[in-house]
Every structure is written in structure tokens, then in C-alpha cells.
Design a protein around this ligand. Structure first.
Ligand SMILES: *[C@@H]1O[C@H](CO)[C@@H](O)[C@H](O)[C@H]1NC(C)=O
Ligand SMILES: *[C@@H]1O[C@H](CO)[C@@H](O)[C@H](O)[C@H]1NC(C)=O
Ligand SMILES: *[C@@H]1O[C@H](CO)[C@@H](O)[C@H](O)[C@H]1NC(C)=O
Ligand SMILES: *[C@@H]1O[C@H](CO)[C@@H](O)[C@H](O)[C@H]1NC(C)=O
Ligand SMILES: CC(=O)N[C@H]1CO[C@H](CO)[C@@H](O)[C@@H]1O
Length: 566
């Protein structure tokens, strides 16, 4: 009797706990496929989890939200976290803008909450934990290569608007040398609710991802409002994969999921609230094609004066086992994307092993002027001269509206240069600065010293008045909504330039090896005969018993002599 009551009590408590503790978390997955040009196709995976949870207590259970990330946020007092791991360079001028922007290599930035006691310590620990979590070299991030840009970054989620943004709560670091590979994709996939077994995640086979022109993994954590008045907030996790396929490597212009990923969608993820594939068919008017699988719906999206057409496939409704694709009806003629409004390139100037220069060229294709923030994060092993900073537009010098420079310190801090400048309509601004190369201490060179040293990509932020090729980070968790009609005063785009390699004056590290080899050879050559002479004794040997061959020879000789005598 007692034990029955006992069990009943436990059961009751269990039910009560479940009712109190289970909070709603919603998982959606999307795949956007968009032809970028006559020979490239962009596919972007977007996995979103929205978790309705209190700001500080992550001990409650979630259905699909990865527990490790919840713990991380609580432990390190993180407000927002953004990570990207990228291989390849996004070509803004040919491809337009990606949904999520990322520079080559690894990149990480995080906002900490205002009540954080030691931001530096939390940052160091956070990067170390993430390094283990994603198998990336984030553990090489420390205060020497971390910056806190003032103008370039703003929190992307809920933010208390009463206070101005204080950039001392922001930490940004990039690892331009990071090589992104399967070992990063595998732990990244483990964070997905369906663990890449079913649903759209199952398309991410590493064999097919790493032979693309460009691939980028992203992980973005932020807090968003649940409604307009922001009575409740959600914790939102966005996991993204961006891939750019080249028809030349695929062998044909006609593409399908089968060709991209080696398989179609086999089944849907049970935990996903929605699972959708979108194909951008806006380019059909210039390069007509035929869909190989019947779509479930059409969507027209209007955004900032740009109308785009999409077709939609519902993975759950189709019950899995299908592959979408496109067969082109004509030969390629017209480039699909018009030139982007703004793009930039970075390169080295200067001469010799001493005088270097860094140039960023920003192109404004818009019919009116654009205000642009340029952020440069330059390693301390280049000694920068701010007085040589020059901004020119077709020969004429341009004054920056705002300039913030935190000079680097040898071995302790990177240079941080932020420039707000107004670029006139239809022009190219050239921002150049000179530097000297530094001699490093001999232990500071990496094992492959002659490979060179990296300069991270520059970041250019700008409010675009139009959203022609702009997709942007989704504001409400879904990339494309039915009859989406957003007209905002500006669309924030951030673009990143290429990373650069500089060769610092490098000592000849093979010299000690050569010296050792030579010295050893000389010693060995000299030592051998000397050792022989000094340690060996010469003894005269008496020649007595001859061996058989000599005996036989002698006998034969004698017998021949005898026969000759006859
Ligand atoms: C930003 O926060 C830091 C640390 O709390 C504080 O010292 C600094 O005065 C703040 N800056 C502004 C502009 O509020
Ligand atoms: C693209 O246009 C061609 C004719 O111009 C039409 O036959 C085809 O159905 C269109 N494709 C889509 C996906 O709308
Ligand atoms: C693309 O598909 C169409 C229709 O099936 C076919 O006629 C055409 O030859 C294909 N193109 C290539 C390059 O395979
Ligand atoms: C979108 O907004 C514009 C301007 O407000 C309006 O003219 C247009 O009809 C709207 N389109 C849709 C589909 O609501
Ligand atoms: C929050 C949300 O989008 N919930 C949706 C989950 O899926 C069901 C059925 O498709 C919808 O009714 C909910 O609105």
C-alpha cells in the first residue's frame, strides 16, 4: 500500500516537473538554392532553433536546443555569439551578397552581458571551450589578437535601447589561417537536433561539401523578441552552411540535389516544425529552365525595391525521397546577377623587405553616395604609420568623417583602425596605409616560416538603400516568408575582403642543420682513420699453410712444366 502511494507520488511530482519545466522550443530547417551566375549555384542551409527560456536559468530542459550551448551562455555570461568557419572567398561583385557573411578562415565575435565581471577572462575561456567543441583553433585567440571595434558591430538581437552600445562588451577575433575541413563539420552537425541523420541535415555529406568553390559554416546565437512589444524573448540558435557549386566541376549546367550532395532528401526530420526547400527562379526570365520536380508553391518576395520569385518544396509533405533540380532550356547568355552596389578588395603595395603598404579599394556602384565603415585589424608584426593613411577618390583626397585608431603594441596588441568615410556616387575609394616589417625573435616564427604571415580581411559595413541582391540574416528566423513585403530605410550589409600573406624577413632556419651536417661529416671523416691508426696494432703474419687452391695451382704448374720439358 505504502509503496503504491510512493510510486504515485513520484509519478505526480514527475508530471508536475514536466509541466513546469518543459519550455517550448521550435526547430525549423530551410534550404535556399539560388543560381548566382551562369556557372555557379549557391545553396544555403539554415537551421533555426527558437527556445523560450528565461534569461539566466538554463537548467530547464529543452527538446531540441543543444544543452552545451545553453551552458556556455550561462557560464560565460554571453549575450550574443557569432562564429564562422569558411574556406574560399565570396565574390561580391559577381555573386551579390550571401545570406550570412563570413571572411576566409575562422571568425568569432561575442557580446557579453553588462554585469560581466571579467570580460577578458570569460572571452579566453569561451574561445577555449569553443575550440574543443568545434575542433577549430580558437584556442589561439588571446588578448594579443582580439579587438573591440566601436562602429562596425552592433548586437543583432534584443538590446536595451536606453543605453548606447558600449563596445567594451564586444570581443572580436579572426583566424585567417584556419583551414576548414571535415573535422569541423562533424561536431557542427552533432549540434543539429536530427544529427544529420534525417531531414535537410542528411544532405551534408563531407565528401560533397569540401569540393565546392566556397563553403562556410556558421553558428549564431542571439536573443530575439517573440512579438512586436517584446513581452517575451527567445533564445535563438541559427546554424548555417553556405556552399557555392561550380558547374564546371559538376560537369554540366543542369543541377539537382543528387548532383550536389550525392543523394536526394531521403526522409524528414521528425523534430522539425517545418522543413522547406526554396529555389530562386527569378533568373528564369533571362536563362529559362525547367524544374525536374513539381513544386508545392510559389512565393513572391518584395524587399527594398527588389522582387524575387521562389518556388517552395515542403519536405514533410513530400514524405521524403525526392530530389529537386533544374534543366536549362537554352545555352547561357546573360549574367544573372547585376553588379553589386558595393564591394571591396584588399592588396599589398610597397617594395622590398622593409617598406610595405596595405590598400583597400572600395567600389560604390550606387547612383548616390554611401557612408561606409572600414575596419582593419592589422597584426602587431607590421608597424603601421598612421600619418601615411590616405583616402583618395580618382586622385582627389577624401577626409574621413570619423577615424578611430588604437595603435598596436609589439607582441601584446593588434592595430585597430576604423574609418567612417563617405564615398561619392559611382566611384572607387582607395584607402592606403604604409607599414614596416618587423624582425621577429627566432622562436616566434612558426615551423613553416617561409609560408608567410597572414593579415586578416578588412570588414566594410554599410547601410544600403536598396536590397537588390540582398538576402541578409533573417530577422524572424525564417529566410523567406510568403508575400514578404519589407521596405526599410536601409539594409545593413557587411562585406569582407580577401586575407593577405606577407613574408617577413625570415632567417635561414636551415643553417644550423647545414652546419651540424657538415660538422658531423668532417668529424666522421677525420675520426675514422685517426681511430684506426691509434687503436690498431700492426702484426706481421707468418705465411705457413697455404690453402688448397694455391696447392692445386702449384701442382698444375709443375705438371705443365714437366709435359713442356718432354
Ligand atoms: C563602457 O563600459 C566600461 C566598462 O564597464 C566603462 O568603463 C566605460 O566607461 C563604458 N563606456 C561608455 C561610453 O559608457
Ligand atoms: C521558365 O520559363 C520558361 C519559358 O520562358 C517556362 O517554360 C518555364 O516553365 C519557366 N520555369 C519556371 C520554373 O517557372
Ligand atoms: C540539360 O537538360 C536538358 C533537358 O533535359 C537537356 O536537353 C540538356 O542537354 C541538358 N544539358 C546538359 C548540359 O546536360
Ligand atoms: C508592398 O509595399 C508596397 C509599398 O508600400 C506596395 O505598393 C505593394 O503593393 C506591397 N506589396 C504587397 C504584395 O503587399
Ligand atoms: C511556432 C510555430 O511556427 N509553430 C508551428 C509548428 O507547426 C505547426 C504545424 O505545422 C503549426 O501549427 C505551428 O504554428
Amino acid at each position: 500500500m505504502e509503496s503504491t502511494m510512493h510510486y504515485a507520488l513520484i509519478f505526480f511530482v514527475f508530471i508536475l516537473l514536466k509541466l513546469c519545466v518543459t519550455q517550448e522550443d521550435i526547430f525549423t530547417e530551410e534550404l535556399l538554392i539560388k543560381p548566382l551566375n551562369t556557372d555557379t549555384v549557391y545553396s544555403h542551409f539554415h537551421f533555426t532553433i527558437k527556445w523560450e527560456t528565461p534569461d539566466s536559468d538554463f537548467s530547464s530542459h529543452s527538446k531540441v536546443f543543444p544543452r552545451i550551448l545553453g551552458e556556455l551562455i550561462e557560464r560565460f555570461n554571453v549575450l550574443e555569439l557569432h562564429i564562422s568557419l569558411t574556406n574560399g572567398l565570396w565574390r561580391y561583385e559577381k555573386w551579390g551578397y550571401p545570406v550570412v557573411n563570413a571572411g576566409p578562415g575562422g571568425e568569432i565575435w561575442s557580446w557579453f552581458k553588462e554585469n560581466t565581471i571579467s570580460i577578458d577572462k570569460n572571452w579566453k575561456e569561451l574561445t577555449s571551450v569553443l575550440s574543443g567543441l568545434l575542433c577549430a583553433s580558437f584556442n589561439f585567440i588571446d588578448e594579443t589578437n582580439t579587438i573591440s571595434p566601436e562602429f562596425s558591430f552592433r548586437p543583432q538581437g534584443v538590446f536595451d535601447g536606453s543605453q548606447s552600445v558600449n563596445s567594451s562588451y564586444l570581443k572580436y577575433a579572426s583566424l585567417p589561417r584556419e583551414i576548414v575541413c571535415t573535422e569541423n563539420l562533424t561536431p557542427w552537425k552533432k549540434l543539429l537536433p536530427c544529427n544529420a541523420k534525417t531531414g535537410l541535415g542528411s544532405l551534408l555529406n563531407s565528401g560533397y561539401i569540401h569540393n565546392t568553390k566556397y563553403h562556410s559554416l556558421g553558428l549564431h546565437l542571439r536573443r530575439i523578441c517573440s512579438d512586436k512589444l517584446c513581452t517575451k524573448t527567445y533564445l535563438e540558435l541559427q546554424q548555417t552552411v553556405s556552399l557555392v557549386y561550380d558547374s564546371k566541376t559538376l560537369g554540366a549546367r543542369n543541377w539537382s540535389l543528387m548532383k550536389f550532395f550525392g543523394q536526394g532528401v531521403l526522409n524528414s526530420c521528425e523534430l522539425a516544425n517545418s522543413s522547406t526547400i526554396y529555389i530562386d527562379i527569378t533568373s528564369n526570365s533571362s536563362n529559362p529552365f525547367r524544374l525536374t520536380y513539381k513544386p508545392d508553391g510559389f512565393i513572391t518576395s518584395i524587399r527594398g525595391g527588389s522582387v524575387r520569385e521562389f518556388v517552395k518544396y515542403d519536405v514533410v509533405k513530400n514524405g521524403g525521397a525526392f530530389s529537386v533540380g533544374v534543366d536549362y532550356l537554352t545555352k547561357p547568355e546573360i549574367a544573372i546577377t547585376s553588379p553589386s552596389l558595393i564591394y571591396a578588395h584588399q592588396y599589398l603595395s610597397g617594395y622590398g623587405k622593409e617598406n610595405g603598404g596595405l590598400v583597400v579599394k572600395i567600389t560604390n556602384n550606387h547612383w548616390s553616395h554611401l557612408d561606409v565603415v572600414l575596419l582593419q585589424n592589422i597584426p602587431w608584426y607590421l608597424q603601421l604609420y598612421l600619418h601615411t593613411l590616405k583616402i583618395t577618390v580618382s586622385g582627389k583626397e577624401l577626409k574621413p568623417i570619423k577615424l578611430k585608431f588604437i595603435p598596436g603594441k609589439l607582441r601584446t596588441r593588434y592595430h585597430q583602425l576604423e574609418i567612417l568615410v563617405r564615398i561619392p556616387a559611382k566611384s572607387i575609394a582607395r584607402v592606403s596605409v604604409n607599414f614596416d616589417y618587423t624582425f621577429l625573435k627566432w622562436q616566434e616564427y612558426p615551423p613553416d616560416a617561409n609560408h608567410g604571415f597572414y593579415i586578416p580581411s578588412a570588414i566594410i559595413s554599410c547601410h544600403l538603400p536598396l536590397a537588390r541582391d540582398f538576402t541578409g540574416l533573417p530577422q524572424d528566423g525564417t529566410m523567406i516568408r510568403d508575400s514578404f513585403n519589407a521596405s526599410r530605410s536601409g539594409y545593413l550589409v557587411q562585406i569582407r575582403t580577401e586575407t593577405l600573406i606577407v613574408t617577413l624577413p625570415t632567417p635561414d632556419f636551415s643553417m644550423p642543420y647545414n652546419v651540424i651536417c657538415l660538422a658531423c661529416t668532417v668529424v666522421a671523416l677525420a675520426f675514422g682513420p685517426l681511430h684506426n691508426i691509434t687503436t690498431k696494432r700492426f702484426i706481421l703474419k707468418v705465411k705457413d699453410n697455404q690453402n688448397i687452391i694455391d696447392k692445386v695451382k702449384r701442382i698444375l704448374k709443375l705438371s705443365f712444366k714437366k709435359s713442356g720439358d718432354k
